[in-house]
Ligand binder design. Structure first.
Ligand code: CA
Length: 225
């Protein structure tokens, strides 16, 4: 499980990171709102611990941006006792829970466990399978052996195309047609950006598949050797 801590008080951020690592989470830390948003936008986190008062961009705006971009990672807001208004605001903007500072470690861990508990796994029509790699329409995520990662809509659509055409080279023109439509002015390097996000996400769940580049043509989904 991967957790992002966004907290500008470095001592607190580093202490949180240490506690979480000791509890078997893998942890990334951001010390300001802008880099926090940058990291969180990858959608690879199972939970984001987000402080409200942050330099650069406050936690509420980070959260608002995430939800507007369909990043649905659970968010646990950290609030000071005086920030009641922000707390309500945060929950309205899509925070899943909040914790008032100062808090005890046990409570933080319990909240994170609750937020990251996995739903029952049922295989149905809304799932596509490639050698055990599962693409799930309901949750807009891709899963390998119990690890899953959320995809943005475009990433999902590209992954869906790749999984539906395994081991075949998909030309970039076809990807654009299928996903953006004929009229679109999307350029090839836009696709490259999405492919590179997808590769990172597949690596983040240790999926033994790779998106290969057929130079000058397009991409294909292959099993890792
Ligand atoms: Ca702060």
């Amino acid at each position: 499980m991967k957790i992002l801590v966004v907290e500008d008080e470095m001592q607190l951020a580093d202490a949180l990171s240490e506690i979480l690592k000791r509890n078997m989470y893998s942890v990334d830390t951001s010390y300001d709102g802008i880099s926090g948003l940058d990291n969180a936008m990858t959608g690879i986190y199972d939970c984001i611990v987000l402080d409200i008062m942050l330099p650069g961009m406050n936690g509420i705006d980070v959260l608002r941006n995430l939800r507007a971009n369909k990043v649905n990672s659970p968010v646990l807001l950290l609030t000071a006792r005086s920030e009641v208004e922000d707390k309500i605001n945060g929950l309205d903007c899509g925070a899943d829970d909040y914790l008032t500072k100062p808090f005890i470690t046990g409570e933080l861990l319990a909240r994170i466990r609750a937020l990251t508990r996995r739903k029952g796994e049922i295989v149905d029509d809304n799932k596509l399978d490639f050698n055990g790699l599962m693409l799930n329409k309901d949750t807009c995520s891709v899963m390998w052996e119990g690890n899953d990662v959320k995809l943005s809509l475009k990433e999902f659509q590209i992954m869906e195309l790749l999984i539906s055409n395994p081991r075949r080279i998909l030309p970039k023109e076809r990807i654009i047609e299928k996903i953006w439509g004929y009229e679109s002015d999307v350029e090839y390097n836009n696709i490259e950006v999405y492919i590179s996000f997808l590769r990172k996400k597949l690596a983040s769940i240790s999926a033994p598949v790779q998106i290969k580049t057929a130079r000058g043509i397009g991409y294909s989904l292959e099993q890792e050797e």
